[in-house]
Design a binder for this molecule. Sequence first.
Ligand code: AMP
Length: 224
Amino acid sequence: MKILFIGPPGSGKGTQSQLLHDQFGAVHLSTGDMFRAAIMNKTQVGLEAQAYMDRGDYVPDSVVIGLIDERLSQPDCQNGFILDGFPRTVPQAEALDELLAKRNSKLDAVFYFNVAQDVLVERLSSRRTCRHCGKIMNAQQLASLAEQPTCEARPGQACEFEQRPDDREEVVQKRIQVYQDQTTPVVKYYSSREGFVEIDGSLPQDQVFSMIQSTLHGTKGPTS
Ligand code: AMP
């Protein structure tokens, strides 16, 4: 199953990808996570991406497309994946069509998470992310836990949650604006295609997850 999640920052794409990964082992491809890992590892891509991310701007298309092309070639992606946060521009969407065509492949479903702006700002300001594995929780949820969840990147150790630098309010406004300018046309790019589904991303996460699951069961099943 090859799935695409599109939506503004804070619309729940990462959380829903995480749920699909936890329940069905689906491969989660988040370009944002890839850039954060590259920054932590101080690679060339990380060095290039950091300034854009800190400002809330998009990383140049050529860098993102190269990263995804390389990742889609790896063995774990051959049976399916969830794309979260890519494509974000029309040239990226066109490049994805080419990358899939050259692999004789195509997307099975495109989920568009529609969420009002005030909900996004509220969600992002309370979002906490594990700096190692990218697990997402909100600050209230975390405060109510007796112990920290186990980190997927460091078996046996607890997650280390922090506020992402770009989840600070001043950067969030910029990211939403950039999304509106550059990614809204991508929603239009896919909206008339078979397999496009609009979801009310402001609903509770378990309801959103049920809707995604029932759509996927109506096609080929979440992991096939
Ligand atoms: P995310 O974790 O998906 O919110 O992404 C965090 C940041 O990474 C974005 O604000 C961009 O700076 C950068 N980024 C992630 N994916 C892309 C993409 N497809 N195109 C351009 N920049 C991206």
